[in-house]
Design a binder for this molecule. Sequence first.
Ligand SMILES: NC(=O)c1ccc[n+]([C@@H]2O[C@H](COP(=O)([O-])OP(=O)(O)OC[C@H]3O[C@@H](n4cnc5c(N)ncnc54)[C@H](O)[C@@H]3O)[C@@H](O)[C@H]2O)c1
Length: 415
Amino acid sequence: MERFKLGFIGAGFISQFQATALQGLRDADLVGVYAPEGAEALSAFSKKIGVGECTVYNSIEDVCNASDAVAVFAPNYVRIEVFQAIADAVKKGASLKGIICEKPLGRTVAEAQQLLDLARSMECPTAYFENQIHMKAIQNSLAQLGPQQRTMGPIALARSAEEHAGPHMPWFWDPTRQGGGVLSDMGCHSIAVGWYVLTPLGKDPMFLEPVAVSADVGLLKWGTPEGRNKLLERTGVDYYKTPAEDFATGMVTFRNPETGQHVKAQFTNSWMYDKQGLRLLMDGLGPGYAFEINTLMSPLQVFIGDEAAEAVADAETALEKATATRGLLTVQPNEADLYGYVSELADAVQSFREGRDALLTFDYGLEITRLCQAAYMSAEEGRTIDLTDAATRSKLDTYTSLIAQGRGAETLRVG
Ligand SMILES: NC(=O)c1ccc[n+]([C@@H]2O[C@H](COP(=O)([O-])OP(=O)(O)OC[C@H]3O[C@@H](n4cnc5c(N)ncnc54)[C@H](O)[C@@H]3O)[C@@H](O)[C@H]2O)c1
């Protein structure tokens, strides 16, 4: 079998994680990268860990010409221009077998729709990257509880949380470039995994119909004078002028179109989780059965006491978004696999080889964007958003939250 050639667009945090995940695939190589910053470092890293020669290219067109599929790992605010460049390359003759886009598909429903339209114009299979659905812990929980689902009925309540102390790069904090705060950045993960967990076994990820969304957001840590000053100093983003939420929680209600049953996905996200590092918490409750996942429960812990002079060698290779380098530390030996990156890459490569879409398509990515934006609208307007109402859906099609417009001060009560 010929090796599958992957090209990356973007060479930052997630590109490095995905390159690491490629170690878990037997049939694909990282053949090239284009990025204004970090490309040389990613190429060197790729060679060092043995996942591909990773040539540094000077344009998106060149990466497309060298690859079987390209993965867009660039920031949210350049999605449209990047996809336009891919579409131009395809028009000029690049023969791509697939296109991957990291979450979120768009910062608004209109942007996600534009991306979907561009992808459709290329007539190319797609993979929307939502890693948490591919987590082996999620997939195994659902597989193990298959008999219970079949005899007792599907899961009726899913609760999902992703929390850490805040993103690395300044652009994530800037709501006008990122698309909002933690709800835009991580709410998309938790809403997606909740929807998936509730979906009866064997059904399409979009089988359950979203009917209502309610949400609340807050600026709880990074809105205090100390928090705002620290953020300004660290990132250059001024939460006195353009604040975004660092906490979001809410509920999405879905309807089973075959049985009429309503089921619920509760989500919670924060950038104010000052514990060891990133924590994913998911559970699912069905009639008479349940599962629970907590990614901070690692079988590996290390301890470094005050007397031991040196801190841990590299806190971020111990645990994503680690906040401490000594004391009792949680270490995850294989985060790329734990968080589902290996499985989502394997799914994309196999699907593209077979000439079809991956498990999660850009159409699915658009629906996730719609749910996130409905959550912003709910928090902003203080009401439950009825997704079965045609007028509300059409309002969502052109909606940009006040926070994403840089007008968060009008809606976030920070004092
Ligand atoms: N699934 C996850 O858990 C997860 C985690 C982190 C980031 N992400 C997503 O991945 C994307 C990238 O995030 P990141 O943390 O790697 O960001 P980053 O800032 O660390 O890296 C961004 C990279 O894109 C490059 N870039 C900037 N403008 C570009 C352009 N016009 N064309 C091509 N490349 C460009 C930068 O030079 C840099 O190499 C975001 O959409 C983010 O939401 C997903």
